[in-house]
Design a protein around this ligand. Structure first.
Ligand code: HEM
Length: 265
Protein backbone atom coordinates (compact mmCIF):
# COMPACT_ATOMS: atom_id res chain seq x y z
CA UNK A 1 0.00 0.00 0.00
CA UNK A 2 1.30 3.48 -0.80
CA UNK A 3 1.61 5.55 2.47
CA UNK A 4 2.66 8.79 0.72
CA UNK A 5 0.37 11.69 1.58
CA UNK A 6 -0.40 14.11 -1.18
CA UNK A 7 0.05 17.68 0.23
CA UNK A 8 -2.60 20.18 -0.59
CA UNK A 9 -1.71 23.11 -2.86
CA UNK A 10 -2.03 25.54 0.12
CA UNK A 11 0.29 23.49 2.33
CA UNK A 12 2.90 23.36 -0.44
CA UNK A 13 2.69 27.15 -0.89
CA UNK A 14 3.04 27.63 2.89
CA UNK A 15 6.12 25.36 2.95
CA UNK A 16 7.68 27.25 0.06
CA UNK A 17 6.96 30.61 1.70
CA UNK A 18 8.49 29.41 4.98
CA UNK A 19 11.57 28.10 3.15
CA UNK A 20 12.00 31.38 1.21
CA UNK A 21 11.60 33.43 4.39
CA UNK A 22 14.30 31.37 6.13
CA UNK A 23 16.71 31.87 3.20
CA UNK A 24 15.91 35.59 3.14
CA UNK A 25 16.51 35.92 6.93
CA UNK A 26 19.87 34.16 6.68
CA UNK A 27 20.91 36.35 3.72
CA UNK A 28 19.77 39.51 5.54
CA UNK A 29 21.69 38.44 8.65
CA UNK A 30 24.82 37.91 6.54
CA UNK A 31 24.45 41.36 4.92
CA UNK A 32 23.91 43.05 8.31
CA UNK A 33 26.95 41.25 9.70
CA UNK A 34 29.04 42.45 6.75
CA UNK A 35 27.79 46.02 7.10
CA UNK A 36 28.62 45.91 10.81
CA UNK A 37 32.09 44.52 10.12
CA UNK A 38 32.81 46.92 7.28
CA UNK A 39 30.96 50.04 8.38
CA UNK A 40 32.21 52.15 5.48
CA UNK A 41 32.97 49.76 2.59
CA UNK A 42 33.04 52.56 0.00
CA UNK A 43 35.65 54.83 1.57
CA UNK A 44 38.02 56.19 -1.07
CA UNK A 45 40.78 57.56 1.17
CA UNK A 46 44.30 56.45 0.25
CA UNK A 47 44.64 54.20 3.34
CA UNK A 48 41.38 52.34 2.64
CA UNK A 49 42.14 52.02 -1.10
CA UNK A 50 45.60 50.62 -0.37
CA UNK A 51 44.08 48.20 2.14
CA UNK A 52 41.26 47.02 -0.16
CA UNK A 53 43.38 46.68 -3.31
CA UNK A 54 46.33 45.18 -1.44
CA UNK A 55 48.61 47.76 -3.07
CA UNK A 56 50.43 48.26 0.27
CA UNK A 57 52.02 44.84 -0.31
CA UNK A 58 54.10 46.20 -3.22
CA UNK A 59 56.23 48.13 -0.75
CA UNK A 60 55.86 46.24 2.53
CA UNK A 61 56.22 42.56 3.37
CA UNK A 62 53.68 42.66 6.21
CA UNK A 63 50.81 44.78 7.51
CA UNK A 64 52.68 45.73 10.69
CA UNK A 65 55.41 47.50 8.68
CA UNK A 66 52.80 49.27 6.56
CA UNK A 67 50.93 50.46 9.67
CA UNK A 68 54.25 51.58 11.20
CA UNK A 69 54.93 53.61 8.04
CA UNK A 70 51.43 55.20 8.10
CA UNK A 71 51.77 56.04 11.77
CA UNK A 72 55.17 57.66 11.23
CA UNK A 73 53.65 59.76 8.43
CA UNK A 74 50.64 60.80 10.49
CA UNK A 75 51.08 64.17 12.26
CA UNK A 76 49.06 62.85 15.23
CA UNK A 77 50.56 59.36 15.26
CA UNK A 78 47.08 57.92 14.63
CA UNK A 79 45.43 56.51 11.50
CA UNK A 80 41.93 55.32 10.75
CA UNK A 81 41.10 52.46 8.41
CA UNK A 82 37.50 53.42 7.68
CA UNK A 83 36.57 50.27 5.77
CA UNK A 84 37.44 48.27 8.89
CA UNK A 85 35.95 50.80 11.30
CA UNK A 86 39.31 50.71 13.05
CA UNK A 87 41.50 53.35 14.70
CA UNK A 88 45.20 52.53 15.11
CA UNK A 89 47.42 54.70 17.28
CA UNK A 90 51.08 54.96 18.23
CA UNK A 91 50.58 58.15 20.20
CA UNK A 92 51.62 57.67 23.87
CA UNK A 93 49.05 60.21 25.10
CA UNK A 94 46.27 58.20 23.40
CA UNK A 95 47.67 54.97 24.84
CA UNK A 96 47.62 56.40 28.37
CA UNK A 97 44.05 57.61 27.80
CA UNK A 98 42.90 54.15 26.66
CA UNK A 99 44.82 52.15 29.26
CA UNK A 100 44.38 54.39 32.29
CA UNK A 101 42.33 57.60 32.09
CA UNK A 102 39.31 56.13 30.27
CA UNK A 103 40.11 52.44 30.75
CA UNK A 104 36.45 51.51 31.20
CA UNK A 105 35.45 53.06 27.88
CA UNK A 106 37.93 50.84 26.00
CA UNK A 107 37.06 47.26 26.92
CA UNK A 108 38.84 44.35 25.34
CA UNK A 109 37.70 41.40 23.38
CA UNK A 110 33.94 41.78 23.54
CA UNK A 111 33.41 39.14 20.90
CA UNK A 112 35.49 36.47 22.61
CA UNK A 113 34.32 37.52 26.04
CA UNK A 114 30.69 37.05 25.02
CA UNK A 115 31.42 33.47 23.99
CA UNK A 116 34.06 32.42 26.50
CA UNK A 117 33.60 34.81 29.43
CA UNK A 118 32.04 32.22 31.75
CA UNK A 119 34.80 29.74 31.04
CA UNK A 120 37.88 31.96 30.99
CA UNK A 121 36.87 34.97 33.06
CA UNK A 122 36.83 38.58 31.97
CA UNK A 123 40.10 39.04 30.19
CA UNK A 124 42.59 36.23 30.53
CA UNK A 125 43.49 34.66 27.17
CA UNK A 126 41.58 37.38 25.46
CA UNK A 127 43.42 38.35 22.30
CA UNK A 128 40.80 40.43 20.54
CA UNK A 129 41.60 44.14 20.23
CA UNK A 130 40.00 46.96 22.15
CA UNK A 131 36.67 48.60 21.39
CA UNK A 132 35.38 52.03 22.16
CA UNK A 133 32.19 51.56 24.19
CA UNK A 134 30.77 55.10 23.87
CA UNK A 135 31.93 57.60 21.22
CA UNK A 136 35.03 59.39 22.47
CA UNK A 137 37.76 61.84 21.45
CA UNK A 138 41.37 60.77 21.99
CA UNK A 139 43.87 63.31 23.38
CA UNK A 140 45.30 63.93 19.88
CA UNK A 141 41.82 65.02 18.70
CA UNK A 142 40.87 61.81 16.88
CA UNK A 143 37.12 61.15 17.05
CA UNK A 144 36.33 57.50 17.74
CA UNK A 145 32.87 56.12 17.05
CA UNK A 146 31.09 54.10 19.73
CA UNK A 147 31.39 50.33 19.09
CA UNK A 148 34.36 50.80 16.76
CA UNK A 149 37.68 49.00 17.08
CA UNK A 150 40.65 50.85 18.57
CA UNK A 151 44.15 49.51 18.91
CA UNK A 152 47.51 50.78 20.00
CA UNK A 153 50.39 49.38 17.98
CA UNK A 154 53.43 48.40 20.10
CA UNK A 155 55.37 47.22 17.00
CA UNK A 156 55.02 50.65 15.36
CA UNK A 157 55.66 52.41 18.65
CA UNK A 158 59.10 50.83 18.76
CA UNK A 159 59.77 52.39 15.33
CA UNK A 160 58.58 55.97 15.82
CA UNK A 161 61.06 58.86 15.51
CA UNK A 162 58.63 60.93 17.59
CA UNK A 163 59.24 58.53 20.50
CA UNK A 164 62.82 57.30 20.04
CA UNK A 165 64.44 59.99 17.89
CA UNK A 166 65.70 59.98 14.31
CA UNK A 167 67.91 56.92 14.94
CA UNK A 168 64.93 54.82 16.06
CA UNK A 169 66.10 51.93 13.86
CA UNK A 170 69.50 51.64 15.56
CA UNK A 171 70.07 49.00 18.22
CA UNK A 172 71.06 51.25 21.12
CA UNK A 173 70.40 49.60 24.49
CA UNK A 174 71.90 52.68 26.14
CA UNK A 175 68.53 54.35 25.55
CA UNK A 176 67.46 52.55 28.73
CA UNK A 177 70.69 53.23 30.65
CA UNK A 178 69.99 56.79 31.67
CA UNK A 179 69.90 56.26 35.44
CA UNK A 180 72.70 57.27 37.86
CA UNK A 181 76.07 55.95 36.66
CA UNK A 182 74.54 54.60 33.43
CA UNK A 183 72.13 52.34 35.30
CA UNK A 184 68.80 51.10 33.93
CA UNK A 185 65.92 53.59 34.11
CA UNK A 186 62.35 52.67 33.31
CA UNK A 187 60.94 54.38 30.20
CA UNK A 188 57.40 55.78 30.35
CA UNK A 189 55.33 52.61 29.82
CA UNK A 190 52.83 54.36 27.55
CA UNK A 191 55.63 54.99 25.06
CA UNK A 192 56.40 51.31 24.62
CA UNK A 193 53.57 49.21 26.04
CA UNK A 194 54.86 45.76 25.05
CA UNK A 195 53.53 44.27 28.28
CA UNK A 196 50.58 46.65 28.15
CA UNK A 197 50.46 49.43 30.78
CA UNK A 198 48.09 51.27 33.09
CA UNK A 199 45.40 49.42 35.00
CA UNK A 200 46.07 46.02 33.46
CA UNK A 201 49.51 44.69 32.61
CA UNK A 202 50.93 41.30 31.65
CA UNK A 203 51.02 38.99 34.67
CA UNK A 204 54.10 37.20 33.34
CA UNK A 205 56.15 40.34 32.77
CA UNK A 206 58.74 39.68 35.48
CA UNK A 207 59.10 36.03 34.43
CA UNK A 208 59.53 37.04 30.77
CA UNK A 209 62.21 39.58 31.71
CA UNK A 210 64.00 36.99 33.89
CA UNK A 211 63.93 34.54 30.94
CA UNK A 212 65.39 37.23 28.70
CA UNK A 213 68.19 37.89 31.20
CA UNK A 214 68.88 34.14 31.49
CA UNK A 215 69.24 33.90 27.69
CA UNK A 216 71.49 36.96 27.75
CA UNK A 217 73.76 35.35 30.33
CA UNK A 218 73.70 31.75 29.04
CA UNK A 219 73.76 32.31 25.28
CA UNK A 220 74.82 35.80 24.27
CA UNK A 221 77.79 35.90 26.65
CA UNK A 222 79.03 32.40 25.87
CA UNK A 223 78.51 32.23 22.08
CA UNK A 224 79.08 34.37 19.03
CA UNK A 225 75.83 34.31 17.07
CA UNK A 226 76.18 35.35 13.45
CA UNK A 227 73.01 35.79 11.38
CA UNK A 228 73.78 34.27 7.97
CA UNK A 229 70.43 34.15 6.22
CA UNK A 230 69.25 31.69 3.60
CA UNK A 231 72.01 29.60 1.96
CA UNK A 232 74.61 31.35 4.09
CA UNK A 233 73.94 34.74 2.45
CA UNK A 234 75.20 37.73 4.37
CA UNK A 235 73.49 41.11 4.46
CA UNK A 236 70.16 39.28 4.37
CA UNK A 237 67.21 41.10 5.96
CA UNK A 238 64.98 38.88 8.13
CA UNK A 239 61.28 39.19 7.26
CA UNK A 240 59.09 39.68 10.30
CA UNK A 241 55.87 37.64 10.45
CA UNK A 242 53.22 39.24 12.67
CA UNK A 243 51.13 36.94 14.80
CA UNK A 244 50.30 36.14 18.38
CA UNK A 245 54.03 35.82 18.92
CA UNK A 246 56.59 37.51 16.66
CA UNK A 247 58.51 35.20 14.35
CA UNK A 248 60.67 35.38 11.24
CA UNK A 249 59.67 34.03 7.85
CA UNK A 250 61.60 30.80 7.22
CA UNK A 251 63.27 31.00 10.64
CA UNK A 252 66.51 32.77 11.45
CA UNK A 253 69.53 30.85 10.11
CA UNK A 254 72.57 31.61 12.27
CA UNK A 255 76.14 30.33 12.70
CA UNK A 256 77.07 29.72 16.31
CA UNK A 257 80.61 29.63 17.71
CA UNK A 258 81.63 29.30 21.31
CA UNK A 259 82.93 32.72 22.30
CA UNK A 260 86.58 32.93 23.27
CA UNK A 261 86.34 33.50 27.01
CA UNK A 262 88.12 36.61 28.26
CA UNK A 263 89.74 36.05 31.64
CA UNK A 264 89.09 38.76 34.17
CA UNK A 265 92.16 40.71 35.21
C1 HEM B 1 58.01 38.70 26.14
C2 HEM B 1 57.00 38.01 26.64
C3 HEM B 1 55.61 38.55 26.91
C4 HEM B 1 54.98 39.63 26.38
C5 HEM B 1 55.52 40.62 25.32
C6 HEM B 1 53.66 39.69 26.97
C7 HEM B 1 52.71 40.65 26.69
C8 HEM B 1 51.45 40.68 27.23
C9 HEM B 1 50.44 41.67 26.93
C10 HEM B 1 50.59 42.83 25.95
C11 HEM B 1 49.34 41.38 27.66
C12 HEM B 1 48.02 42.15 27.69
C13 HEM B 1 47.05 41.43 26.79
C14 HEM B 1 45.81 42.20 26.70
O1 HEM B 1 44.96 42.11 27.60
O2 HEM B 1 45.67 42.90 25.69
C15 HEM B 1 49.63 40.21 28.43
C16 HEM B 1 48.74 39.61 29.31
C17 HEM B 1 49.03 38.50 30.04
N1 HEM B 1 50.23 37.83 30.08
FE1 HEM B 1 51.88 38.27 29.02
N2 HEM B 1 53.52 38.65 27.85
C18 HEM B 1 54.70 37.94 27.85
C19 HEM B 1 54.99 36.84 28.62
C20 HEM B 1 54.12 36.27 29.53
C21 HEM B 1 54.46 35.13 30.36
C22 HEM B 1 55.82 34.41 30.37
C23 HEM B 1 53.35 34.85 31.08
C24 HEM B 1 53.09 33.79 32.11
C25 HEM B 1 54.01 33.17 32.79
C26 HEM B 1 52.33 35.81 30.73
C27 HEM B 1 51.07 35.85 31.27
C28 HEM B 1 50.10 36.77 30.95
C29 HEM B 1 48.74 36.76 31.49
C30 HEM B 1 48.17 35.74 32.47
C31 HEM B 1 48.09 37.86 30.93
C32 HEM B 1 46.62 38.26 31.15
C33 HEM B 1 46.54 39.39 32.13
C34 HEM B 1 45.14 39.92 32.22
O3 HEM B 1 44.26 39.54 31.44
O4 HEM B 1 44.89 40.75 33.09
N3 HEM B 1 52.83 36.66 29.79
N4 HEM B 1 50.92 39.81 28.16
Amino acid sequence: MDDAVELSWGARCLGLAFFSLSIFSVALGAVLLLVRRWPNPWCGCHVCRAYLTGSWAKEFTNLADWYAHLLRESPTGTVQVHVLGCTVTANPANVEYMLKTRFDNFPKGRRFAALLGDLLGGGIFNFDSKFCAAADVLPDGTYVDGESRVMYHPYAMGRMPSIWGADYEKFRPDRWLTGPGGSFALVNLYKYPVFQAGLRVCLGKELAITEMKAVGVAVVKAFDVDVVGENGRRGWAPTFVPGLTASISGGLPVRIKRASMQTAE
